[in-house]
Design a binder for this molecule. Structure first.
Ligand SMILES: Nc1ncnc2c1ncn2[C@@H]1O[C@H](COP(=O)(O)OP(=O)(O)O)[C@@H](O)[C@H]1O
Ligand SMILES: C=C(OP(=O)(O)O)C(=O)O
Ligand SMILES: [Ca+2]
Ligand SMILES: [Mn+2]
Length: 623
């Protein structure tokens, strides 16, 4: 379309002259008798396109009224508060050798027009901002994208991160890069005078030691990398819905994907809570795109996830798998909470209409998320909880579901939660319709969706509940020898909790290609910090005190091992779980098995009786 200089517009070259109807403008219409005028809509209140675009975005309303009037006790102006916040972020990103933080400014470097108003260094007067990375990061500004909204993070991801797309459901589909599962062999913990005595070290322990100095080397590497970038994302959020034991976390990352993931997974502060956030209790530096240096002492690959409890910091190098952040923080809670006599649990948790709470312990991929998301019950959380004197509380603000073979029919609530705002990791979708094929394992079998807990319609918010009535241990048995369900006495519950017989399912950990039998203490050995007996003793004490019943539920194979038997059908497992919740299974008829001495029911409503006893289904090879 081109203007011909007379205020008239034509399509193509000279088409108007060749007799096609002229496209008429308001000005040209006025001159003629107005037959087809349109005065019903007011003209746009802009003289230029730039002005029009400036109308599109309304300034965010001040989140809370600025407290204090001039002269009242300690008034904090909006300007002073923002300055404090940026100073805090600059301090978080400080180089320990130079002992200074970068010059940080708020806002997107791409939006030149919106000159940032506040800088961390009060002496800064700047008129332009370099947008290229320079090796001496102290000469440039690091732009901080602070607690962006999901919509803003979508735009950042789609504009700047390769492999980020909007799926047809509205979720943000993205790739986590070379790593699509956790790297437990690259997770290190600083051994110092305190942690040497407090933590579980050595054989069987997930805590691979590193020294303070090496931690600082990796921290410097991560911080230098982050400071060399144009912009970083900062999330200030909370862990734990128990208000007395809430932990403030700050996540500094380089990808919108990571920021949106943590926005979904941690508890989102209200605007007022954010204004009064102050100093975080724990900080993650996620420089996952950048490798660690293999010549650094202790490093065995280019990936390292380093935890320093004394500094209250975690550094991530060489893996972009977002699960490292959420599970890394879970490790921190496994340290902090038991110190306060609160038991941290690798479990899902839901509550019935009558207030009966159930815990679902289980190693990754064994069914915590699937089985705690139950349309007939309130969801308290899918993965990480605390059990204290007042009952249970979720640590997180979101859920992280495995979505391989996800179907709308079998898991409607999870299906519907994968909408705008949710992060979909490593899934495959149709290039045109953007419809996800949940059966496709081309990228990984460990495809995942992370969504805020309120995306589940019957989520219980705040995510807290009374003391549990049932403690369900989910074991995914790759050999098919465990019965689908058995009732445990307290001693048996402790035995199974400490030994943690289950399977690592494919993809959740680096290098695991098929279900592999394992013993994972506390059904989460990768995340515990103290010796398993410490958690087990607390669990026994709480179960006894509150009269909870223990159950062992096999969500894995029956009638033979992986490869010859088949996985227990999800609808059967759901029926078993229903019978536990309703109390009907507690009062069923039982028989003792020879193998573990556990009691197995002879009947469960909706489940074929012959599968309840493995002796009927397993064919052991004759000797
Ligand atoms: N009998 C079963 N019980 C539970 N989950 C099952 C069963 N059979 C298949 N599954 C599948 O196993 C996966 C369990 O994953 P998930 O619930 O996310 O585990 P977790 O939350 O413990 O990591 C889901 O993909 C689910 O559909
Ligand atoms: C996220 C993980 O596990 P889960 O399925 O238990 O959340 C993980 O192991 O990386
Ligand atoms: Ca028998
Ligand atoms: Mn889960």
């Amino acid at each position: 379309m081109a203007a011909n200089g007379n205020g008239e517009f034509s399509f193509g070259k000279g088409t108007a002259r060749k007799g096609l109807a002229k496209i008429q403008t308001a000005a040209s219409q006025k001159k003629q008798s107005a037959i087809c005028h349109d005065d019903s809509t007011p003209p746009v209140k802009a003289q230029t396109i730039d002005e029009l675009h400036s109308l599109q975005k309304k300034r965010s309303a001040p989140t809370t009224p600025i407290k204090g009037t001039p002269g009242s006790f300690s008034p904090v102006s909006e300007e002073a508060r923002q300055k404090q916040q940026l100073q805090s972020i600059s301090a978080s990103l400080a180089s320990l050798t130079r002992e200074t933080g970068p010059k940080v400014v708020r806002g997107d470097p791409a939006r030149k027009a919106e000159t940032p108003k506040f800088a961390a260094d009060p002496s800064d007067h700047f008129s332009f901002t370099p947008t290229i990375s320079v090796s001496d990061s102290s000469l440039k500004f690091t732009h901080v994208l602070y607690n962006l909204s999901p919509a803003e993070l979508y735009e950042q991801a789609i504009k700047y991160e390769q492999g980020s797309f909007i799926a047809s459901s509205g979720a943000l589909a993205t790739l986590s890069g070379a790593k699509t599962g956790r790297s437990p062999r690259d997770k290190r913990v600083v051994k110092d005078e305190t942690t040497e005595h407090e933590l579980w070290w050595g054989k069987g322990s997930p805590n691979i030691e590193m020294d303070e100095h090496t931690f600082l080397v990796n921290r410097e590497r991560a911080v230098d990398y982050l400071n060399s970038l144009d912009k970083v994302f900062v999330n200030d959020q909370f862990l734990n819905w128990d208000p007395q034991n809430r932990v403030k976390v700050r996540i500094v990352s380089a990808r919108a994907y990571h920021s949106l993931f943590m926005h979904n997974m941690c508890i989102r502060p209200t605007p007022e809570e954010l204004e009064n956030f102050g100093t975080p209790d724990f900080t993650i530096y996620n420089a996952g795109q950048f490798p660690c240096n293999r010549y650094t002492h202790y490093m065995t690959s280019s990936t390292s996830i380093d935890l320093n409890l004394a500094r209250r910091e975690m550094v991530i190098l060489g893996t972009q798998y977002a699960g490292e952040m959420k599970k890394g923080l879970f490790s921190v809670m496994h340290y902090l909470m038991p110190k306060r006599q609160i038991l941290s649990l690798h479990s899902g948790c839901n509550m019935g209409k009558d207030g009966d709470v159930a815990l679902f312990f289980g190693l990754s991929g064994t069914g915590k998320t699937t089985l705690s998301t139950d349309h007939n019950r309130y969801l308290i959380g899918d993965d990480e909880h605390c059990w204290g004197d007042n009952g249970v509380s979720n640590i997180e603000g979101g859920c992280y579901a495995k979505c391989i073979d996800l179907s709308r029919e079998k898991e409607p609530d999870i299906w519907n939660a994968i909408k705008f705002g949710a992060v979909l990791e490593n899934v495959v979708f149709d290039e045109h319709t953007r419809e996800v094929d949940y059966s496709d394992k081309s990228v990984t079998e460990n495809t995942r969706a992370a969504y805020p807990i309120e995306y589940i319609p019957n989520a219980k918010i705040p995510c807290v509940g009374p003391h549990p009535k049932n403690v369900i241990l989910l074991a995914c048995d790759a050999f098919g020898v465990l019965p689908p369900v058995s009732k445990l006495n307290l001693a048996q519950t402790m035995y199974h909790f400490i030994s943690g017989y289950t399977a690592l399912v494919a993809g959740t950990e680096d290098g695991i290609k098929e279900p592999t039998a394992t013993f994972s203490a506390c059904f989460g050995a990768a995340f515990i910090m103290l010796h398993p007996t410490k958690y087990a003793a607390m669990l026994a004490e709480k179960m006894q005190k509150h009269g909870a019943t223990g159950w062992l539920v096999n969500t894995g194979w029956s009638g033979g091992s992986y490869g010859c038997g088949s996985r227990i059908k999800l609808p059967y497992t759901r029926k078993i779980i229903d019978a536990i919740h309703s109390g009907s299974l507690l009062n069923a008829n039982y028989k003792k098995t020879d193998v573990f001495g556990v009691e197995i029911p002879t009947e469960v409503e909706g489940v074929p009786s012959e599968i309840l006893d493995p002796e009927n289904t397993v064919s052991f090879p004759s000797l």
